[in-house]
Design a protein. Structure first.
Lengths: 340, 345
């Protein structure tokens, strides 16, 4: 070796010093829903800039997030489907909402711009059941008198992986269509009767953009970022409205969080007059007695920061930050349930 | 082959120590014997190491098959033989059928081989027989480069370039012209989605061409020039030399190369997941989307929370193992029959 013993020792000490300096910054790992991935990654960048801690989030789908937190390989899981009380009890987990977003149907039909096509819940269910097969079906024409729809077949795009976006979407379809409720049900992975499956929100967006005359469903942020044509929906009050932050916030406002144990409440088909019918939230799931206390503390600090200071980033990405009373409830829940 | 004897020491005279007693000296013969013993010992050691390596491979193979079978036992017990023929895939209610993944895997691989084998053959022949020497290296390098491209890049290219191209220009034509044929028409009917078994087969074909063509090329080089020159001297054309001299000489290696490519096509995951469409409905048509075993496992393994779902996916892995095994067995039988016909077996 070219270096003498002394130089080698000096280099080792320097390396050790550098490593100990960086040891102050903790790396917290999370995994799960692709629904929240855009906002979580923006928040983690801002949090890193402020505190130096790193939040490493992997968007593998809600089902994956649930599996990983149950296996204890990550510090927090994120899922669009809430865990049941027995599941939470069995594993010693707690969950709380993180952000609210909307799921929007997106279409790729020539001549149909964003926000122009009107759909109602039952019609959407029939499309995804494969009962309505062409764009010029009378049911669609009735809802869209002024719009010229082609006579081509409708190509359905759904999710191929386990997904909380699918969970909320199928839950909504079950609420508005008894046939859907009876034959399909809802879950993170449902037996879609027709269509192709894309992997992640990104996959569905890619397929809908590629395939002409297709329809799919994505989280609102993905629809905006990819400049896709989302549709209007008819909500429970009978109004047709475009998706927007105000519509999602209206749906969240009508939800009764105080009554829901462990915040287990699905907001689809909310009753408000200006509420978007397919609004969803994502829950962060963490251990009540954490395996790694230091990282768990940083994770809570991250979420606290996100609730109190992360609103601009969330709004910029078209999510709805949690309303103030809900944040207070969540912080009380932390105090009572989590041991850090 | 005998090893040359080590040189025998020159002084054979008995040596004596200070008091005049004879000192035992290692004579040349004893040295040779010592060398022999050491060599034999090394031989045994070397042979044991080689045997251990081979047994390790065998153990890994049996271990993989055994562990996937063990992990999938719940699925096999629950569904029995209907697992292989049912196409009902319902994760909510715990009903799984492997027909669509198996069908998708087989169809895309067969289609990939149908497209890749003639093209690889053409490339190998071109590079060994027809191309001028200055052209051989660039084209060979380009083909080798194809092998180095990561499979996910193929998937992205397939989704963003090939799928729209097929949707706009090919699918409608295939549906209209070939879909109306009497018996095989059902294979070609479908909407102009752009993604589906045809696209997946095309992407897989492009992925396996480098493997098959490089094996073929290597093997075509080994044909003795004298054989080819004799044929040319007797007045054969290039194609006659190829079909009657080169191919029969290299038949078993060519078949080996083809099955190497088939093995890759059967197991390919990410490229297929992008362009196959991940649909769980059974369809015979090439234009329709489907699933393959690898794409189903890749899509659903991380979120398979129920034991039955996870066991089903592991059972699918075991089925893929079986399919590969059956394919290789067919290859071996084919080679055996060909060798017997030639009188070599």
């Amino acid at each position: 070796m070219l270096l003498s013993l002394k130089s080698r020792l000096a280099a080792l000490l320097l390396l050790g010093a550098l490593l100990t300096v960086n040891a102050q910054a903790t790396e917290v790992t999370g995994a799960g829903s692709s629904f929240v991935y855009p906002v979580l990654s923006k928040w983690s960048v801002a949090f890193n800039r402020k505190t130096g801690h790193q939040i490493n989030y992997q968007s593998i789908g809600s089902g994956g997030g649930i599996a990983q937190i149950k296996a204890g390989t990550v510090d927090f899981g994120a899922s669009d489907a809430p865990l049941s009380a027995e599941d939470l009890g069995k594993f010693g987990l707690g969950q709380f909402p993180v952000v609210i977003g909307g799921i929007v149907p997106v279409v790729n039909v020539e001549g149909v711009a964003a926000g122009k096509l009107r759909l109602s819940g039952p019609v959407l269910a029939e499309i995804f059941l494969g009962k309505i097969k062409t764009w010029n079906d009378p049911a669609l024409a009735r809802l869209n008198p002024g719009l010229k729809l082609p006579a081509s077949a409708i190509f359905v795009v759904h999710r191929s992986d386990g997904s909380g976006t699918s969970y909320n979407f199928a839950n909504y379809l079950g609420k508005v269509s008894p046939t859907w409720q009876k034959t399909i049900g809802f879950g993170t992975s449902v037996p879609w009767p027709v269509g192709v499956g894309g992997k992640g929100n990104e996959g569905v967006a890619a397929y809908v953009k590629q395939i002409k005359n297709s329809i799919g469903y994505v989280e609102y942020a993905y629809a905006l970022q990819n400049k896709m044509a989302y549709t209007q929906m008819e909500n429970a009050a009978g109004t047709f409205l475009e998706p927007s932050n105000a519509a999602f916030a209206a749906a969240a406002a009508t939800a009764d969080w105080a009554k829901a144990k462990d915040f287990n409440l699905i907001m689809t088909n909310a009753p408000g007059a200006t509420a978007w019918p397919i609004t969803a939230t994502t829950w962060a799931i963490m251990y009540k007695t954490p395996k790694n206390a230091a990282q768990s503390k940083v994770a809570f600090a991250f979420f606290k920061w996100a609730f109190e200071h992360g609103q601009p980033e969330a709004l910029a990405l078209d999510y709805v930050p949690l309303p103030e009373p809900l944040v207070k409830q969540i912080e009380a829940y932390w105090q009572s349930q989590f041991k850090s | 082959m005998t090893r040359p004897e080590p040189p025998i020491a020159k002084s054979e005279a008995v040596q004596r120590d200070a008091s005049g007693m004879p000192v035992p000296v290692s004579t040349g013969v004893m040295q040779a014997a010592a060398h022999h013993a050491r060599d034999a010992h090394n031989d045994v050691l070397f042979r044991t190491v080689l045997l251990a390596s081979a047994l390790l491979v065998l153990a890994a193979l049996l271990g993989t098959a055994g562990s996937t079978l063990w992990g999938g036992r719940l699925a096999f017990q629950t569904f029995g033989w209907s697992f292989l023929v049912s196409d009902h895939w319902d994760a909510v209610n715990g009903q799984f059928g492997a027909l669509v993944p198996i069908w998708g895997t087989l169809m895309t691989s067969v289609l990939a081989m149908l497209l890749a084998v003639p093209v690889s053959f053409g490339i190998a022949l071109f590079l060994t027989e027809v191309a001028p020497p200055w052209l051989r290296t660039p084209i060979a390098a380009a083909v080798e480069l194809l092998a180095g491209i990561p499979s996910i890049i193929y998937g992205m290219w397939g989704l963003f370039v090939l799928a729209p191209f097929l949707a706009d220009h090919a699918d409608a034509w295939i549906n209209d012209k070939l879909g109306t044929l009497p018996i095989v028409g059902r294979l070609f009917q479908g909407p102009p989605l752009g993604i589906g078994m045809l696209t997946a087969g095309l992407v897989l074909a492009i992925m396996v061409i480098p493997f098959i063509s490089s094996v073929m090329r290597e093997v075509f080089h080994t044909v003795p020039t004298r054989l080819k020159e004799s044929a040319y001297a007797l007045g054969s054309t290039t194609s006659e030399v190829v079909w009657n001299i080169v191919l029969p000489y290299t038949r078993s290696a060519v078949i080996g190369g083809i099955f190497l490519g088939l093995g890759r096509a059967l197991g390919e995951t990410m490229a297929v997941t992008f362009v196959l469409g991940n649909a769980h409905q059974f369809s015979e048509s090439l234009l329709m989307p489907s699933s393959s075993i690898a794409s189903v496992i890749a899509n659903e393994f991380t979120e398979a929370s129920s034991d039955l779902h996870r066991s089903t996916l592991i059972a699918l892995g075991f089925l893929l193992f079986c399919v590969t095994f059956v394919v290789l067995a067919i290859a071996k039988l084919l080679l055996l029959r060909l060798a017997r016909k030639e009188g070599n077996a």
